[in-house]
Design a binder for this molecule. Structure first.
Ligand SMILES: Nc1ncnc2c1ncn2[C@@H]1O[C@H](COP(=O)(O)OP(=O)(O)OP(=O)(O)O)[C@@H](O)[C@H]1O
Length: 231
């Protein structure tokens, strides 16, 4: 059970984005996916969600294949993409109802997720009127709407101010208690605060995969590890 990734490769033309990446994740793990710009993190995350197709290799979610049983695998995943695409003209509840309708979720779930991500004080507004931190909460709300087992969060705190970073982190920590989470970030403190395991990608390959304590034990700091392994 969990996620199994086997020899996953993806090229964009001549650009190798993923090069025979293999690893597995057990249910309940919170995995930090690190790597320099262009390392392949988003490509890996989008491949797990089924949003893009790999050139070769296989991904299984529980016993289901992302390629051959996409409905089963998509049901199990909540995804917050990089840059959090949202409909700015929609009101918060209108948007979440739209998502709930697409996914056949009960209306009651909307109020539950609004509360869970701390959106209540701003939930009467149009999405375009929200601050970046609150927009991010809307993105998280849609990701957890169907109560998925797995959450994939692509740079969830990117561009937020320090207060909002801490608040969103707290929301992720709370949600992550009962889910399998893969999150990408460039903020090392975020990995320390949230993750039990670190996978470091460089040029489409895994250059390190270990429990956070082990990873930290081998280097002076996470920044030091990042520099040494990706330079
Ligand atoms: N649609 C695309 N067409 C062409 N090349 C792409 C496309 N998407 C990604 N790439 C390339 O594939 C490589 C991996 O990109 P990817 O976005 O997965 O990296 P990343 O680790 O998420 O980077 P970042 O930290 O900057 O978000 C990069 O060289 C990127 O330019």
């Amino acid at each position: 059970m969990g996620i199994i990734i086997d020899k996953l490769s993806k090229n964009y033309g001549n650009q190798k984005a993923l090069d025979a990446v293999s690893f597995s994740i057990k249910n309940g793990e919170v995995v930090g996916l690190l790597g320099p710009n262009g390392a392949g993190k988003s490509t890996l995350m989008k491949s797990i969600t089924g949003a893009i197709l790999p050139d070769s290799g296989e991904i299984k979610i529980d016993e289901f294949s992302v390629l051959n049983q996409p409905i089963e695998t998509k049901k199990r995943i909540g995804f917050l993409p990089e840059n959090n695409p949202l409909y700015f003209e929609m009101y918060v509840r209108e948007y979440l109802k739209f998502v709930a309708d697409i996914r056949n979720e009960k209306k009651e779930r909307i109020e539950e997720v609004i509360q869970k991500v701390g959106l209540t004080p701003e939930s009467h507004k149009k999405i375009g009127q929200l601050s970046k931190g609150y927009k991010q909460r809307v993105g998280l709300a849609q990701a957890i709407l169907s109560n998925p087992e797995i959450l994939i969060l692509d740079e969830p705190t990117n561009g937020l101010d320090p207060n909002q970073i801490l608040e969103i982190r707290e929301v992720i920590r709370e949600i992550g208690k009962s889910k399998t989470v893969i999150l990408s970030t460039h903020i090392m403190q975020e990995v320390e605060a949230l993750c039990s395991r670190v996978i470091l990608l460089n040029k489409g390959k895994i250059v390190s995969d270990s429990p956070i304590e082990e990873f930290k034990g081998q280097y002076k700091s996470l920044e030091d590890a990042f520099r040494q392994l990706t330079n």
